[in-house]
Design a protein around this ligand. Sequence first.
Ligand SMILES: NC(=O)c1ccc[n+]([C@@H]2O[C@H](COP(=O)([O-])OP(=O)(O)OC[C@H]3O[C@@H](n4cnc5c(N)ncnc54)[C@H](OP(=O)(O)O)[C@@H]3O)[C@@H](O)[C@H]2O)c1
Length: 165
Amino acid sequence: MTVSIIVAKAKNNIIGKDNQLIWRLSADLQYFKKKTSGHYIIMGRKTYESMGKPLPNRTSVVITRNKDYKIPEGHYVVHNIEEALKLTKSHNQEKAYVIGGAEIYKLALPYVDELLITEVDCEPDGDAYFPEIKPENWKKTSEEPHIKDEKNEFDFTFTVYRRIQ
Ligand SMILES: NC(=O)c1ccc[n+]([C@@H]2O[C@H](COP(=O)([O-])OP(=O)(O)OC[C@H]3O[C@@H](n4cnc5c(N)ncnc54)[C@H](OP(=O)(O)O)[C@@H]3O)[C@@H](O)[C@H]2O)c1
């Protein structure tokens, strides 16, 4: 099973503030939907609650320490990243997407094969950070820049990194 992180991050590694996203990037939402549809998406409880309900056409796997946490049928609550990956693999998935937030990206990083990073050309204030990536561990395999427009408030670049060690 290939494990991918998918994230949109600013130049200063900020990914969110007050449990919300901080930019309006329609193209990135479409990219996220296209990549993750049909797959299992692994997330922290705070990210799950920021969305309010499971995203359509995807199976949510929510990580929490709360043993009584409930989510709609057909989706799963687990209590650590290893359990999330084990469950996804045992459901015969060839891919798993880790969709955040900051705490879960950090926990998942050692298990991840691929990073899908939307690099957003801004340096906002925020309280959730993407973890530092060791450049020697990753090779950029694709890069697709876009200019801001009426639906995308900053320039941004879709990048893909593969683990090399
Ligand atoms: N830009 C992006 O691409 C992107 C993507 C996703 C999220 N975000 C942003 O990221 C922010 C949320 O990130 P966050 O770091 O605050 O929260 P998070 O990673 O979504 O969720 C944190 C929660 O996960 C659970 N958890 C964490 N470590 C655990 C462990 N070792 N074992 C069991 N459960 C564990 C805990 O849930 P309990 O407290 O229930 O135990 C914890 O409160 C928001 O601002 C959101 O908008 C941005």
